[in-house]
Design a protein around this ligand. Structure first.
Ligand SMILES: [Zn+2]
Length: 135
């Protein structure tokens, strides 16, 4: 357990956030229709561990299908920094922080972070899909 305070941002810098994360506790990739297209790699935390510092006015979000998540992106540069949602199977309300948008994480912490591949395509979050190389 090594909870650290991280900051992150979109590419143009309008959207900035801070989040208390423990990268060693695990990160996730997923094979659902959305995660596959954006090659999502994220870490899921409780909403109270995430704080938007700036850029509220620059954010838009995309929702689809079950509307279980709002995928926020910067209207200026298009970079997705986080998603917010509610999925009972993973413990209710959550924020999914895009690891690629962290600004002050040690590369070592990122490459050593365990990755859980979720079979989101089949709403089978507790199990890994048979194929993960394309994710
Ligand atoms: Zn931006």
């Amino acid at each position: 357990m090594s909870l650290k305070k991280y900051t992150g941002s979109c590419h143009c810098g309008a959207v900035r956030y801070e989040a208390d994360l423990d990268l060693s506790a695990g990160t996730s990739r997923c094979n659902c229709s959305f995660c596959r297209k954006v090659r999502n790699w994220s870490i899921i935390v409780k909403p109270e561990s995430f704080h938007l510092l700036s850029g509220e006015e620059s954010l838009n979000f995309y929702e689809f299908n079950t509307k279980s998540s709002k995928h926020h992106f910067c209207k200026n540069c298009g970079v997705r920094t986080f998603s917010k949602g509610y999925i009972e199977e993973i413990g209710g309300a959550f924020v999914s922080v895009a690891i690629s948008t962290l600004d002050n994480a040690d590369l070592k912490d990122i490459i050593e972070a365990p990755v859980w591949y979720a079979d989101g395509l089949h709403n089978n979050w507790q199990n890994q899909p048979a194929e993960i190389r394309h994710l």
